[in-house]
Design a protein around this ligand. Sequence first.
Ligand SMILES: [Zn+2]
Ligand SMILES: [Zn+2]
Length: 300
Amino acid sequence: MKIIADLHTHTTFSHGKGSVYDNVTTAMIRGLQAVAIADHGPRSAPWVGASINAFRRMIAEVRNLDRRTMGLKVLAGAECNITSARGHLDLPLEIRAQLDIVLAGLHPGILPRSGKDWLALTGANWYAKVNPGYRKRARVANTRAVIEAVLRNDIDVVTHPGYHLDIDTVELARACAFRNTALEINARHHEMTAEFCRLAAAEGARFVINSDAHAPDAVGNVARGLAVARAAGLGPEQVLNLEGGGLFEWLRQKRGRSQWAEWSEQRPLDQTGQGRTGRQERTGRQPSYYTDWANQGKIH
Ligand SMILES: [Zn+2]
Ligand SMILES: [Zn+2]
């Protein structure tokens, strides 16, 4: 098994060590067909994220290089932060619409959208560390934020699910399968285990394996991710950026659906939380955030 593209690499636009040119050079040497520059969104811890203007410069640099790299597609991307309990991203639609690929993930060190969001995300996870009784609530908050992000936005890949912040992979996998959003098997972090992958695949989710390179020599370095995929019994039917996984076709499909993005910007989707918990308690069935939401007619 071999990947044809590394869709998650960082540069000095955020806190990577090399330039766009450096990452592209390594990708060429390693024989990849595509590499994405996906730097951190602006609301990462202050000294880490790329500003909106930096994204504009990055996109221009990528377009310029892409014209000169025969056999290698250079993609302009971002690793957006999920900055609210309702799944807001930290890059405006104006920038996301110009990107070839949008990644998004939960990170512990971010500037949330508001004080309330800080409490619901960062605060809840900190508190869960000292009070184990609170862990379940933090997990529900994390899961809800990522699922809302997937349903409301134009996300192609959810990066490193479970990294530092506990999350219900099965619930997330259902939403991702519905939205044709890939889950990332991140070769740098170790949270996506073979068991998680098996559970997510059973829900119909698909995957990409990425290096999350923060230095040019790590571009295309996905041995650990490949090992996880192999152990989970995944092949090109489930892993989009493997040889024969249909990556470019999937990317084309994904870029052609901006109506979702516009819809999500305009409609508040966060008013469904109240009754759900009560109903789950009454019926005693397994809580399923995504299916409950779908059953309420919020998704068509
Ligand atoms: Zn990340
Ligand atoms: Zn990253």
